[in-house]
Design a protein around this ligand. Sequence first.
Ligand code: MN
Length: 234
Amino acid sequence: MNDIFAPHIPRVPITGTDSLFPVHRIFCVGRNYVDHAIEMGHSGREDPFFFLKPSHSIALAHANSQAILNWPYPSLSSDVHHEIELVVAIGQSGQNIQPENAHEYIFGYAVGLDMTRRDLQTEMKKQGRPWSIGKAFDASAPISTITPKEQVQDIEQAVIQLFVNQKLQQSSNISHLIWSVPEIITHLSKAWTLQAGDLIYTGTPAGVGKVQVGDRLIGEIKGLSSLELKVVAP
Ligand code: MN
């Protein structure tokens, strides 16, 4: 038996190597910093919740980790927001993972943007419908190269920042996550069997805002490769 067409598996380069990380699924955590939950009109005290993006939502700079990603402004929206997030790359399958063992399932970390058509997300929320059109569109998950965990010092205390046109727009620390990385892995692995190749976008701090064609975004998390993109006309 043969495939009737070649399967297309998105792959993320691994920092400083020729190796690639084949992407399986993209899980995202909603409202995981108190200051962002409050700016979105919530108390900041609730259980974690999750949504997914297709693996093909990944958007990468071409050629090498220094290149700038030309990111096409998406269709159907006039209110597209940036959300800078720590991304956890899962390297080993597992379910019902305890927080004290969560580290064993992590391959590495990256800088990601959970790009959002906020106008469509807000309208879908209002109607009680799924958010997919607001969150899970083409190129909605820009990501840096993945740095293996062995090369990352103290990620749980790292500064996370997003600059838009050189202006600091989002700034926080991974220590301000409501649900820590091990706790997220525990919660997720009760609901799904985590698999090698899964990516977890862990939530954004306050300061989300609109992007426009021509904007240049630089996302940084201390110890990881940065993510740089330019918003271009579709
Ligand atoms: Mn987000």
